[in-house]
Design a protein around this ligand. Structure first.
Ligand code: PGA
Length: 257
């Protein structure tokens, strides 16, 4: 049985006081989350403060990125061990902003995924097509290439500890959400792909989040889709009330699953 997983990706927003205030408000509000896993992913410089603020609550902490090597001359980068040291449970990898603004390849995302798993972090591996790729009917191809590249060499056992986030690039930060049917279609394809590459049992267990303009209003209908197992939330995760409403949508739907 897959659990809902709602994660907030704060991106490069907030200052220290704002991050602590938001984390505290989410921790305070997310009291009866039951079968829903919750995480917030602040800028890395605030991970420590945020981990402190959510300590003892149902809210876990994730990082927005890491590097694939354990240590060494990699100026500006952070290792998996450093994130663990800051009490991170999760790390977002291959977010479309990193792929398309910072030029991250599937090969690099794959190395990071291996490093995260080896260290004991849960990677949230992001995939998603651009608008022109969707319009050209290439969505399934793009997703297949990203999944095969990003998960190369990951065993079936390791896959049980991987979260996948389907985030269509055209829906991120645009206010243009995929319809529940569009999201479900890709999630079903993703699960079929994982079943073909691994096996049906493992594929059934993988948590697949949807991300892209999820908000307090549209969360329930997205999460109601049978293969949508949660949300990776950007803009709406910066407001405690909105993020808590999305978590609440998951809590209510989890009962019926
Ligand atoms: P958004 O971002 O909710 O602001 O569209 C989602 C994401 O990038 O993870």
């Amino acid at each position: 049985m897959r659990r809902f997983f709602i994660a907030g990706n704060w991106k490069m927003n907030l200052d220290r006081a704002g991050a602590v205030a938001l984390a505290s408000a989410v921790a305070k509000g997310a009291v009866e989350v039951g079968a829903v896993d919750v995480a917030v992913c602040p800028p890395s410089v605030y991970l420590d403060a945020v981990a402190q603020a959510v300590r003892g609550s149902a809210v876990c902490v994730g990082a927005q990125n890491m590097y694939s090597e354990p240590s060494g001359a990699f100026t500006g980068e952070l290792s998996a061990a450093m994130l663990l040291d800051l009490r991170c449970k999760y790390v977002i990898l291959g977010h479309s902003e990193r792929r398309h603004i910072l030029g991250e390849s599937d090969t690099l995302v794959n190395k990071k995924t291996h490093a995260a798993l080896a260290a004991g972090l849960v990677p949230i591996v992001c995939v998603g097509e651009k608008l022109e790729e969707r319009e050209a009917g290439r969505t399934a191809d793009v997703i297949r290439t990203q999944v095969d590249g990003s998960l190369a060499g990951i065993s079936a056992d390791q896959l049980r500890r991987v979260v996948i986030a389907y985030e269509p690039v055209w829906a991120i930060g645009t206010g243009k959400t995929a319809t529940p049917a569009q999201a479900e279609e890709v999630h079903v394809d993703l699960r079929k792909l994982l079943a073909a590459r691994y096996n049906a049992d493992v594929a059934e267990g993988v948590v697949i989040q949807y991300g892209g303009s999820v908000n307090a209003k549209n969360a329930a209908e997205l999460l109601a889709q049978p293969d949508v197992d949660g949300a990776l939330v950007g803009g709406a995760s910066l407001k405690a009330d909105d993020f808590l409403a999305i978590i609440q949508a998951g809590v209510e739907l989890a009962c019926g699953r």
